[in-house]
Design a protein around this ligand. Sequence first.
Ligand code: PGA
Length: 234
Amino acid sequence: MKFVIGNWKMNGSREILRGMIQQVDGLRPENRVVLCVPFTLLGEKSKNIAFGAQDVSSHERGAYTGEVSATMLNEAGAKYVIVGHSERRMYHDETNDIVREKATRALESGITPIICVGETMDERRAGKTMDVITAMVRESVPANVRDDIIIAYEPRWAIGVGVTPTPDEVMHAHGVIADTLSYMGLGGTPILYGGGVNVENIDDIVAVENVGGVLVGGASLKPEEFIPIIQSVK
Ligand code: PGA
């Protein structure tokens, strides 16, 4: 079963979410549909959509004003949480160590972390893509994982700009990530592609070997774009 995961970032409203739920609940998806919404929108119920958050504190509890813990997310109904999204790594200086801590807190609370990795344009130009993503996977995934995790390969230069790597480039990157995970004893972990996924490119992307689904940003906000993507992924 492949994943179609939407990342709403700091967009949307309860009204927009309810409209999306109503439409997606009228489908018979052949995949696992997840919406990672802002914290304040958690708590809705849906037949076809599981909900997730976009970040979690690396701490269990305490004096961390403004942070939200994994146990709180669990109580609010989140089954998934994105950790280490490139926007968190860029704007909040999240390192692999912090991402690993966050993933650990999620697992302790029974929440599946969606751990994001991906190279910058400079790293790509320097021919370092494979080294960078291998190191990110090794360092961002908690040791001794026994529960489910998800990896999302999101080349930073492809996020939010409508440019995507070629299917060959996706295949190569996913192959390297799959090998790294097998080496770590985590063979079979779903590896999603994210960055510029839309109705036009979804078929080519999901056909690539080792692509276990997609992480969709902009196109997950509108039912007329998200629903055809859900229906294309089998
Ligand atoms: P995008 O975002 O689909 O708008 O490129 C993807 C993401 O940031 O997860």
